[in-house]
Structures are given as structure tokens and as C-alpha cells.
Write a protein of this length. Structure first.
Ligand code: SAJ
Length: 413
């Protein structure tokens, strides 16, 4: 089998490398010239445990090649980003449309095309439309008319957790939504090359919605925990004790409050549901607002603490990553909180982030400094934002004149 993968980022490159290490001849495509060059040298441009070795070996064996253009293949996989349109919460599927346009000239009878990018419902049907417009010589049949298909098309969302991608790619169950039934069968044959999890077949709209639903489920549940943390603070109840007690009920499993929800998935995907059905997606929408409102509430806690100490204060932010034990600072609520506090209290804010050595550009001009945990723990206000294991493994002793704001419940008294 020859495979062409469009998009060699956090999902596309590991997927390409996995296929190549299982005997598939893989041609990867990316618009980023630096990524293409790096991969063709057998190196990687992203951080993911275990990926570097597989890329090095498969490039050396000539099983994996990167390029800026697509080519003829038996199967095509699209793994390009689907960001928001500008400042809005509307999904931008233009990269998916561009990838479909790139692939279309190379399609031939019997080929299978799979879309993996997180997409609003109906995007796979839009890809089918593009193929029909550009290649009227090839039939892509609608549901129930599969015998008339020349090309097979399916949606199969990625569901891997960054940091564990190489093992989750193999072991996770996959949802495979065909534009018609035979397309789901053909796409399942492609993944059967290395996937050990179950290959669950459905139609493309259900598969698209399943990805959005999984991340919305998590967002709604985190929002419930975050809302509880606000209510408990007002009512003078320890939310962590409350949750741990309530979770003793056999059918209750409340998640953990925090400073907000970060990353590129959980804070984004629910909007793809809201934008399609704004009048119906009330709970999903409210969860987004609750989680997006949490950083502001945390900043207010700091202002209240400064008012209480009633003196010039130093503030230490512990953790900047969007979740524990990773170096990923993208869309991290902790970064927004630290940046805003540094702007509000110039020269007074320091931060500890054990997983980075340099602050990202967003802190340029804010005066915020990276310091050691030891130095940070001497600040007047210690704001714990991320439960990294480095912080978990210590039990600091705070003086009477210090205030601890623990957004993760790590060091609560
Ligand atoms: N968070 C909390 N409280 C919790 C759990 C998480 O505040 O109890 C916060 C984290 O601190 C972080 C954010 O939520 O800021 C998201 O972290 P996460 O670990 O829940 O999820 P991601 O974004 O790393 O990965 C998710 C996963 N989806 C689900 O668990 C349903 C992953 O399987 C998906 O593949 C990924 O999104 C994706 O690519 O869509």
C-alpha cells in the first residue's frame, strides 16, 4: 500500500511514522518547508516521546518521505489544523478544503481518503463535494448507494493524548465514519495495519460529532468542578474535601477544579457544536463561559490577597504549562494569568516552570522573571497554577505573612 498524508504536525507525523514502520510506503505533505526539510533528514520538528527514533529509522529505510506536494497513492489521510476564523468562535475549515483540493488531481478508482482533523459536522460531505467538482470522472456515492463509488471517503477522528501518542495510536479504539458503508470498511482496512484497538464503524456525521462530544463532555464536567469551586469559596467550604467526599457515592465522579481549561482541544471543540446549533447547545456554551471565566476569578483572588496584606507584595506563579508535567504553554490559562498579573503589578511577579528554560514571547516587556521554586516560595503571595510533580513532591512551610492561593488543591491546609 502507498499512503499520502497531508499535514505533518502533532497527529500527522506520528501517524505517518507509525504506518511507515509497519511496511507502508508513506509520502507526507506539509506546507511548512522547515518541517519537510527536518523530516527528510530523519529528524523531528515537534516534541513527542518515542517519535524521533521511528522517524529516523523509517526515513533511513526510505519508507517515509516528506514533500510540499501530494502524489498518487492508494490511501490519503488529511491531518491539517481546523482553527477558529479570526477572533470569532467559528470553525475555519479552509485548510481541510485546501488539502482536498491538493489531493483531488491524484485520485484514481479504488482509492480511500480519510479525514482526521477535528471538524464541524458536515465537513466530510464538503470534502466529497470538492472531489465531485474537481473530479467529475470519479463517483463518490452517497449513503446506501455505495456500489456506485469509485473513491471511498471516511472521517476518523484522532483521539490521542499528547505525551502518549505513540502508544495511544496503536491501542485506542477508533471511530470510523464512512460517507457510505463500504467507505467505512475500506478506511478500517487502512487502520488495521497497526491499530490494536477496536475499529468502530458508523457514518461520517456521527463520527465528526463523536470527537466534538468527547471533548465537550470533558469540558462540561470540568466546568461543573470549576463552578463548584466558586460556590464553595463564597460559602466557606473546602471544595477539594467536598469533591472527595461526594466522589465516595458510587455514581458520582467529579473532576478537578483548576485555573481554567487550556490546550488546543477541550477549549476549542465545544465551540464547533455551539456554532452549528447555537439555540440548542446551551449547556455546552455555558461550560465554555464558566471555564473561560476562571482565570479572571483567580486574578481577583490575587487582588483580594494584596488588599488583605495591605502592603507592597511580591507574587509568585507556580507553573505555566496548560497541564501537569508537560512543556506545552499554548492556550494555557496559567500563562494568561501570569501575563496579566505582571502587567498589573510591574516588577512584582515571578514564575516557576520546571519544563522550560526560556519564557515565550507573550511575556516580552512584562518584566516577569523565571525563578527557582525555592525563591518563588519566599513571595508574599504564592499562586499555585499547575500541579507539576516537582511541586507535588514538596510540602512548603508558609509564614504567617504569606498567602497561598492553591488553584489545584495541592497544598491545601
Ligand atoms: N483540566 C482540569 N481539571 C480536570 C482535568 C483537566 O482543569 O479534572 C484541565 C487541564 O488542566 C487542561 C485542560 O483541562 O488545562 C485539558 O486537559 P486534558 O488532560 O483534559 O485534555 P487534553 O486537551 O490534553 O487532551 C484532550 C483529550 N480528550 C479527552 O480526554 C476527552 C484527548 O484524548 C484528545 O485526543 C485531545 O483532547 C484532542 O486532541 O482532542
Amino acid at each position: 500500500m502507498k499512503l499520502c498524508i497531508c499535514g505533518l504536525g502533532y497527529i500527522g507525523l506520528p501517524t505517518a511514522a507509525m504506518f511507515a514502520s509497519h511496511g507502508v510506503n508513506v509520502h507526507g505533505v506539509d506546507v511548512n518547508a522547515h518541517a519537510v526539510e527536518t523530516i527528510n533528514k530523519g529528524m523531528i520538528h515537534i516534541v513527542e516521546p518515542g517519535l524521533g527514533d521511528v522517524v529516523r529509522q523509517t526515513v533511513a529505510n526510505n519508507m517515509l518521505k516528506a514533500s510540499d506536494t501530494a502524489c498518487e497513492a492508494d490511501a490519503f489521510i488529511i491531518c491539517v489544523p481546523t482553527p477558529f476564523k479570526g477572533e470569532s468562535h467559528e470553525p475555519d475549515i479552509s485548510y481541510v478544503e485546501a488539502a482536498a483540493g491538493e489531493i483531488a488531481p491524484y485520485l484514481k478508482k479504488g482509492d480511500t481518503v480519510i479525514l482526521e482533523s477535528t471538524s464541524p459536522v458536515g465537513t466530510t460531505e464538503r470534502v466529497a463535494e470538492i472531489f465531485r467538482e474537481m473530479r467529475p470522472d470519479l463517483a463518490i456515492a452517497e449513503e446506501n448507494r455505495e456500489n456506485e463509488s469509485d473513491v471511498f471517503l471516511a472521517y476518523c477522528p484522532e483521539r490521542v493524548l499528547p505525551g502518549q501518542i505513540m502508544s495511544e495510536l496503536v491501542n485506542n479504539d477508533r471511530i470510523i465514519g464512512g460517507i457510505n458503508r463500504v467507505s467505512a470498511d475500506k478506511a478500517a482496512d487502512v487502520y488495521a495495519v497497526f491499530v490494536k484497538g477496536e475499529l468502530l464503524k458508523t457514518n461520517s456525521r456521527t463520527a465528526e460529532m463523536s470527537k466534538l462530544t468527547e471533548n465537550s463532555f470533558r469540558d462540561v464536567n470540568i466546568a461543573f468542578a470549576n463552578e463548584l469551586s466558586l460556590i464553595c469559596d463564597r460559602l466557606n467550604i473546602d471544595v477539594w474535601e467536598l469533591i472527595s467526599l461526594a466522589n465516595h457515592h458510587p455514581r458520582v465522579n467529579i473532576l478537578n477544579p483548576g485555573p481554567g481549561v487550556g490546550g488546543h482541544c477541550i477549549a476549542v471543540d465545544p465551540w464547533f457544536i455551539v456554532s452549528r446549533t447555537p439555540d440548542l447547545a446551551k449547556l455546552v456554551h455555558t461550560a465554555r463561559l464558566v471555564n473561560d471565566g476562571k482565570p479572571e476569578w483567580v486574578k481577583q483572588q490575587v487582588r483580594n490577597a494584596i488588599a488583605k496584606l495591605n502592603r507592597h507584595c511580591t507574587i509568585a506563579c507556580l507553573g505555566l504549562a496548560f497541564k501537569p508535567d508537560i512543556d506545552d504553554l499554548r492556550e494555557s490559562p496559567s500563562v494568561f494569568i501570569a501575563r496579566d498579573l505582571a502587567a498589573e503589578y510591574p516588577g512584582c511577579v515571578v514564575a516557576v516552570e520546571p519544563n522550560i528554560t526560556e519564557l515565550p514571547k507573550v511575556f516580552d516587556g512584562t518584566g516577569l522573571r523565571l525563578v527557582s521554586t525555592e525563591e518563588a516560595l519566599k513571595a508574599d503571595i504564592v499562586l499555585l497554577l499547575v500541579d507539576h510533580h516537582e511541586f507535588r513532591n514538596i510540602s512548603p512551610d508558609f509564614g504567617e505573612k504569606q498567602i497561598l492561593i492553591d488553584t489545584r488543591g495541592l497544598w491545601r491546609k
